[in-house]
Structure formats: structure tokens, C-alpha cells
Design a protein around this ligand. Structure first.
Ligand SMILES: [Zn+2]
Ligand SMILES: [Zn+2]
Length: 265
């Protein structure tokens, strides 16, 4: 049994991830246009007709921009928590028949996947991460979080493929042109994870089961793929963690799909 992952877009301008099992798939977030979602899925030979659900992490526009059109045109059900659904502004234009409210930290069975959602710390009314199992393979997605709480850590540690936020480089943000209040918001416990925060956490949890680390949700203005990768590699080197046979590290691109990553056989 194999589990496929592809990031269609990842970053502060728009987020959408595809997870498939060879037959059916789901999307996590719809923060790019419905047209781009269809086109990007086509580029990896996935038809929208095989998408059984779109899960929504929170109400920020970089996660829901394409949702309304995607649902109206394709009648794909939306899965999210009651609190998140209530906080989404286009909900009045989406038929409630399309919505499935799901509980926190309980397994939802869908298209052969077992899916659990868990709360993360972020400045939206509610924000969730995702833990998706297919057979014995597991993907955890945790982006848009100011720090890694115990619950998030539990799900992150179980992942074979981990999508984790590496939003900003501390120096680029501190010395950049953002107003002070915004810098403070991004750095806060309800903001985003810095390169050094995710790197230090990863250094503490790398284990044999972890085959892929995808650094995600990079800021356009306060980060670069090179900064994110160098921070993680340097942190692992300084702490003496050998990565030659360790997890493959991928930095997800902002506006184009990643390679399709398959875990399992
Ligand atoms: Zn975001
Ligand atoms: Zn957000």
C-alpha cells in the first residue's frame, strides 16, 4: 500500500496539498484558485473526480481562497471543525449539504484513509493540523503554528512524511520592512514557526520511521528556500545528527507543485 503526497502550492500566498492512495485522494486547504488546483492536479495526472474531500485548516485567505468556486463547480465535500466552519466567510455561499463537521483528535474514515485533526496555536478562531494514515504509513501536516504544543508534537513524531512550517528567517524578519506589530505577531506563540524553531524541534525527533521532511509555508518576504534548508542542515550538523541515511529533506515551492512523493511500496 502506498501513500502519495504532492504540494500544489505552499507559502504565505496560497496553500493546497494533495494526498492520494493510487485510487482516490483528498486535498488539504484550497488557498489557490480552483483553476490552478485543477491544472496542477492535471500536471501530476490526478483528476478532480478522484478527490473525495477538501479539508480546511483555518479561515485565513491563503488557505480558503479557491474554496467557494472549487465546491460550487465540483460538489466536493468540505471537512473541517464546527468552529472553523463558523469562521469561514464564504460559508453562506456554499451549500451546507457539502459540509461535514469533524471532531478534534478522533479518527475519521474516508476513502481508505484514517484522518485525525488536531488543534495548533495560531491567530485564527481555530486552526488544525492533520494526521493521515493509509495502511501503516502516516503523513502529518502542521503549518501555521506559533509553537509546537504537546499535542502537535505527538502527531508530528508519528509521521513517516512530515510537512512542517518553516515560515521565516529570524534575521530577515527582524531587519526587514514589516511594521513592528506585524513582526511581533509573526514571532508570537500564535504566529508562525521560524526556521530555527522547526529545525531545533526536528533535531530532537528524527527517527528511523521518518523518511521525508517537507519544509512548508515559507514567507515570501522573510525567508528563502536556501535559508530554510541551511538552517535545518546546520542545526542537524551542530547537534551531530547524521542525515546521510536519514530523512530526505524537501523545501516546498510557493507557486508550483512539488514532485510527487510516494511512501510505502
Ligand atoms: Zn497560512
Ligand atoms: Zn494562517
Amino acid at each position: 500500500m502506498s501513500l502519495n503526497f504532492c504540494s500544489l502550492s505552499s507559502g504565505s500566498s496560497g496553500n493546497c496539498y494533495y494526498i492520494g492512495n493510487g485510487f482516490q485522494g483528498i486535498l488539504i486547504d484550497a488557498g489557490i484558485s480552483a483553476t490552478s488546483i485543477r491544472r496542477f492536479l492535471g500536471s501530476i495526472n490526478v483528476s478532480l473526480q478522484t478527490i473525495m474531500a477538501v479539508f480546511i485548516s483555518h479561515n485565513h485567505s491563503d488557505h480558503i481562497k479557491g474554496l467557494e468556486v472549487l465546491i460550487r463547480k465540483n460538489h466536493i465535500p468540505v471537512f473541517t471543525t464546527e468552529n472553523i466552519w463558523k469562521s469561514i466567510s464564504p460559508r453562506n455561499r456554499i451549500s451546507s449539504d457539502c459540509v461535514r463537521e469533524i471532531p478534534l483528535e478522533q479518527i475519521v474514515h474516508l476513502a481508505g484513509f484514517d484522518i485525525e485533526v488536531f488543534k495548533v496555536s495560531h491567530d485564527a478562531p481555530e486552526t488544525i493540523g492533520f494526521h493521515i494514515s493509509f495502511g501503516d504509513k502516516k503523513i502529518t501536516i502542521a503549518t501555521d503554528l506559533g509553537y509546537i504544543c504537546q499535542t502537535s508534537a505527538k502527531y508530528i513524531k508519528e509521521a513517516n512524511l512530515l510537512v512542517i512550517e518553516s515560515n521565516y528567517d529570524e534575521e530577515l524578519l527582524t531587519n526587514g520592512g514589516y511594521p513592528e506589530f506585524l513582526k511581533a505577531r509573526i514571532k508570537s506563540d500564535k504566529g508562525h514557526l521560524a526556521n530555527h524553531q522547526s529545525s531545533e524541534f526536528l533535531a530532537g525527533i528524527i527517527n528511523e520511521g521518518l523518511s521525508h521532511i517537507c519544509l512548508a509555508h515559507l514567507s515570501k518576504n522573510n525567508n528563502t528556500p536556501e535559508h530554510a534548508l541551511a538552517t535545518l542542515e546546520n542545526t542537524l550538523r551542530v547537534k551531530g545528527i547524521i542525515t546521510e541515511n536519514g530523512p530526505k529533506i524537501v523545501v516546498l515551492k510557493r507557486n508550483v507543485p512539488s514532485e510527487m512523493i510516494t511512501i510505502g511500496n
